[in-house]
Design a protein around this ligand. Structure first.
Ligand SMILES: *[C@@H]1O[C@H](CO)[C@@H](O)[C@H](O)[C@H]1NC(C)=O
Ligand SMILES: *[C@@H]1O[C@H](CO)[C@@H](O)[C@H](O)[C@H]1NC(C)=O
Ligand SMILES: *[C@@H]1O[C@H](CO)[C@@H](O)[C@H](O)[C@H]1NC(C)=O
Length: 562
């Protein structure tokens, strides 16, 4: 073989290798990425009890969470409380700066009812409380960030709990008074409202089981009374808004429901039916009365609870009935569908012998669904939260089908860990979940926004400070509660800024972050760095492969041109 021939052959071999690599290079550079719609509402969220602290600052009243954490610290994983937490009552200017740094368009936060109405009634209104939220709203507007305000994120004034809380119909006019005060004080500047965050948690976890405050642990009865009053209270507030404020103030008002995606455990008709039934109990309980064509609770729920109540010897259904007028009054009372979702359950039916051993009666027994998770799914800092990205797609498509494609805002989505700043698993979570949001958009779901949970580490309810959801790290040992962006904050900001997912953007720690890391207790830095070793290695490999192929391309071109 002549030298020339040898060179030619090796050139051909090289070119084919290069072409092969070139595909890898272009696909990793992602020359034609999918974009989110131009006006997609990017946001980040928090809630008052979780971040504010200042539990008795100025004339704030006691909430059911103050009461529970002070009187029953044994109910909280680390016996902590939200007395100080991230101390946003004092550091709200820094909070807004962080929201600004994230390039989001909206900040979803909640107002603490007892901070502005200490006893829950209009007879006592706190000027300090109103000033606090007013200044926060003005600061957001100064940065051109739309405030998205939740009226109720679980902070009921304790005095109202002593009246039975959400199980007492008296809550309806009281909630309306509170909402009216918010609309009067802030409605000129707030364009997006949600009435109530996660009614299912408020009612079932608050009254049915010993979980969220007030932790009644009274299964099968009060949760349904709670839901009934809550739906009416929500509807009255939306009607008041539409009749008296909306035209003048020009905003919109919705509600935020929550659920995991309910994946059939197998493809059997029974498991698929269990999936549909679970979604009707978790989402439909509140979604059907507001968003369905006919209104009212889902028929499955009405039938099952009526039948089971009868079997159990009750003289009427434990699920209260709406009148025809009430059904009409509640139907259609939302300008958008807010949904919080984090994870997925595998579901199958409970059998007639109640082999799942649910209490009788109880919400779980009424629903008749047994939930589990695949141990192979990626875990997180919370036992209940496993990473199953396709769940968000399935859920968005289910809402589209079930409720005639309403405008949806994902009002919470995110993942926990146990601390640290190098949170590459959180980066993966957002990339993967958002990729499935893009799929849902392409398949016609009317998704208008995505709000990451959460702006910063905060008080995670029963888990205390043991589980972290923040894009920003908060140093709870520092009296100033210093906040530092995690890796995920920089990645999420990049997504919001560019309107697309950049799979290759995996920055390493910058100086600010390295300094902050050095101040953390050893426990936090080690738990964070486990994930980092792996992903940094694959990142380096990526870079190496890319540079090599580029060198080869240049060499080949040089030879070809000779
Ligand atoms: C409830 O009972 C009625 C009458 O016995 C029956 O036709 C119906 O199928 C039952 N519904 C459910 C969901 O069990
Ligand atoms: C329910 O229990 C009865 C009596 O113990 C038994 O005969 C039946 O097989 C059980 N059914 C199921 C679905 O487990
Ligand atoms: C988990 O993965 C293992 C190995 O791939 C597989 O054998 C097992 O069935 C999986 N578990 C579940 C619950 O799917």
């Amino acid at each position: 073989m002549s030298l020339i021939k040898f060179i030619r052959i090796s050139l051909i071999i090289q070119i084919s290798v290069i072409l092969n690599n070139f595909h890898a290079v272009t696909s990793s550079f992602d020359l034609n990425p999918r974009h989110f719609p131009k006006d997609f509402l990017w946001g980040v969220g928090s809630s008052s009890y979780q971040i504010e602290g200042g539990w008795n600052a100025d004339d704030k009243g006691e909430s059911i969470w103050d009461y529970m954490t002070h009187n029953h610290p044994e109910k909280i994983a680390d016996r902590s409380n939200g007395d100080i937490s991230s101390d946003s009552y004092h550091h709200w200017r820094r909070d807004v700066q962080m929201v600004h740094e994230l390039h989001v368009k909206t900040y979803r936060f909640s107002i603490s009812w007892p901070r502005i109405m200490p006893g829950g009634y209009m007879n006592q209104v706190s000027t300090a409380g109103i000033k606090y939220y007013s200044a926060l709203i003005d600061e957001l507007l100064h940065y051109n960030i739309t405030p998205m305000v939740t009226m109720y994120h679980w902070e009921l004034p304790q005095r109202l709990q002593e009246l039975g809380g959400w199980t007492n119909p008296e809550i309806i006019p009281l909630f309306k008074d509170y909402a009216r005060l918010l609309l009067e004080m802030f409605g000129d500047r707030v364009q997006i409202w949600t009435t109530i965050n996660e009614p299912w948690h408020v009612c079932e976890h608050g009254y049915g089981v010993d979980y969220m405050a007030p932790a009644y642990n009274y299964p099968g009865i009060p949760a349904y009374l709670c839901g009934h009053n809550l739906l009416k209270a929500h509807a009255e507030v939306v009607h008041m808004y539409r009749a008296e404020y909306k035209k003048r103030q020009g905003g919109r008002m919705g509600i935020t429901l929550d659920t995991s995606w309910m994946e059939p455990k197998s493809n059997s008709p029974e498991d698929r039916e269990a999936s549909q039934r679970a979604l009707e109990f978790y989402v439909g309980w509140f979604g059907h009365p507001i968003f369905s064509t006919h209104g009212n609770y889902p028929a499955t729920m009405v039938d099952r609870i009526r039948n089971l109540s009868k079997e159990q010897g009750f003289s009427r259904s434990r699920l209260p009935e709406f009148t025809k007028e009430e059904i009409q009054r509640i139907r259609g009372t939302a300008d958008f569908f807010g949904i919080n979702t984090y994870t997925t359950s595998l579901v199958t039916s409970n059998d007639h012998n109640n082999s799942a051993k649910f209490p009788i009666p109880s919400f779980n027994h009424d629903m008749g669904v047994v939930e589990s998770q695949d141990p192979n799914w990626t875990g997180s800092g919370s036992v209940w939260l496993k990473v199953y990205p396709k769940g968000i797609y399935n859920l968005l498509m289910w809402i589209k089908k079930e409720y005639n494609n309403p405008p949806v805002i994902v009002t919470e989505s995110g993942v926990s860990d146990r601390g640290g700043l190098e949170d590459y698993p959180r980066v993966d979570y957002y990339n993967q979940y958002l990729n499935f949001v893009l799929d849902a958009l392409e398949d016609g779901a009317n998704v208008q926004g995505y709000i990451a949970w959460s702006l910063m580490d905060s008080y995670e309810w029963k888990a205390g400070f043991t589980e972290k959801f923040g894009l920003y790290h908060v140093d709870f040992n520092d009296p100033q509660r210093k906040r530092t962006p995690k890796i995920s904050a920089r990645v999420f900001a990049h997504i919001c800024k560019t309107n697309r997912i950049d799979w290759n953007y995996r920055p390493s720690l910058n100086e600010e972050q390295i300094t902050a890391m050095s101040r953390l207790p050893a426990l936090e830095t080690t738990s964070g760095s486990a994930g980092r070793g792996l992903s940094q290695r694959s990142y380096l490999r990526n870079i190496l492969v890319r540079s090599l192929s580029l060198v080869l391309i240049v060499l080949a071109l040089a030879k070809y041109l000779k």
